[in-house]
Ligand binder design. Structure first.
Ligand code: BMA
Length: 349
């Protein structure tokens, strides 16, 4: 009797309710059995020919439905700016995050913080001591504590009317195998990168933010080996989703070869380690090819268990998604109509 009671007591203590981030991970896994979601950065703010119109979206204007995933960036919040690095007011970002969550969509947040040592942008890579400078003992340690606190201050406001925290796929320190951000491959050592990841994650966990699902998202690589990948991987305890940011900058053949190699490696790694997989950024800038979506991108995505693909923003001079005025709109509709592509209605009804 005593033993039975003890077992009951033990199993009770083990059954902790799932955090909001764990519930989001379950949802992503369930949805992934049906296909992959479409995501778009800054979708409700501006498009190729418009800006700041209520309820507008280039994706919706092309196919009649919102993206399932919407992405937002916090760059600039660290220095107390009222608008992010792409001039979107943080109040508006806040409101659209809540709105997309309320309509059943999924949110992802990235952060392109300024360079804490030089005051330059995230792309200021002249100095290789920036990461070291924000770690304990570094000259910018205190300043960076404030920067991280401001990120946390924003994230804690992401709550529904009922006061429930909004689930968020959080994707800091992305594309870190390239060397174009101050946290990139040649800008810090493996140890410094780990220190930076943990500094932010521990700070935000310390704020009680259990609604953040952490995504580790290096860039298209083409040459992953387990050894190279593990060198900067923050660890299974710290990551729930493995992403890859994969743009076609060079030729179509180069893109297809590199992406296929990477997704083969990453899907295998994700499966062995119980992680989710996504293309956390992708696209072909200013879409010079009206059949790219279904001819180049879709056949590769079809082969791997990704939860979503996330197209970067549609801005006048620089767009990655569809728009009604673009020649690629018809092909995007085909992508929309495919059985295995999921848009907002597919995940919210
Ligand atoms: C980059 C470009 C920039 C933008 C930044 C953050 O890829 O789109 O113009 O400022 O992302 O959104």
């Amino acid at each position: 009797m005593g033993i039975v009671m003890m077992m009951v007591a033990c199993s009770k203590t083990e059954e902790k309710p799932k955090t909001i981030a764990q519930q989001l991970a379950d949802r992503l896994l369930t949805l992934q059995q049906r296909g992959y979601m479409m995501g778009h950065q800054d979708d409700p703010f501006y498009g190729v020919t418009w800006e700041y119109q209520p309820d507008s979206s280039d994706v919706k204007n092309v196919c009649g439905d919102y993206p399932a995933v919407m992405g937002f960036d916090l760059g600039g919040i660290e220095v107390g700016d009222a608008k992010n690095l792409d001039s979107v007011p943080f109040t508006r970002i806040h409101d659209e995050i809540i709105a997309h969550h309320e309509r059943g969509g999924i949110i992802t947040i990235s952060w392109h913080p300024r360079n804490p040592l030089t005051g330059g942008t995230a792309w200021d890579v002249a100095d290789t001591t920036v990461v070291a400078s924000v770690l304990p003992g570094g000259s910018e340690f205190e300043k960076f504590q404030t920067w991280m606190k401001r990120v946390g201050d924003f994230l804690v406001t992401l709550k529904t009317k009922e006061g429930n925290p909004v689930p968020v796929i959080f994707r800091p320190w992305h594309e870190n195998n390239g060397s174009w951000f101050w946290w990139g491959q040649k800008l810090c050592t493996d140890n410094e990168f780990h220190g930076l990841w943990c500094l932010l994650q521990d700070e935000l966990n310390g704020r009680g933010l259990t609604n953040l699902l952490w995504s580790y998202s290096p860039n298209l690589d083409g040459g992953w080996t387990e050894e190279r990948f593990l060198a900067r991987y923050p660890g299974n305890e710290r990551v729930t989703l493995i992403g890859e940011d994969a743009y076609q900058w060079g030729t179509e053949e180069e893109f297809k070869t590199a992406l296929t190699a990477d997704l083969a490696f990453l899907s295998d790694f994700a499966q062995k380690n119980g992680k989710l997989l996504a293309m956390t950024e992708c696209g072909l800038k200013n879409m010079p090819d009206s059949t790219w979506w279904t001819r180049v991108l879709k056949p590769i995505m079809d082969k791997y268990p990704i939860c979503y693909f996330h197209l970067w923003r549609n801005y006048k001079e620089e767009f990655f998604g569809p728009a009604p005025s673009l020649p690629c709109a018809a092909d995007f509709k085909k992508l929309y109509e495919a059985e295995n592509t999921l848009f907002l209605k597919d995940i919210s009804e």
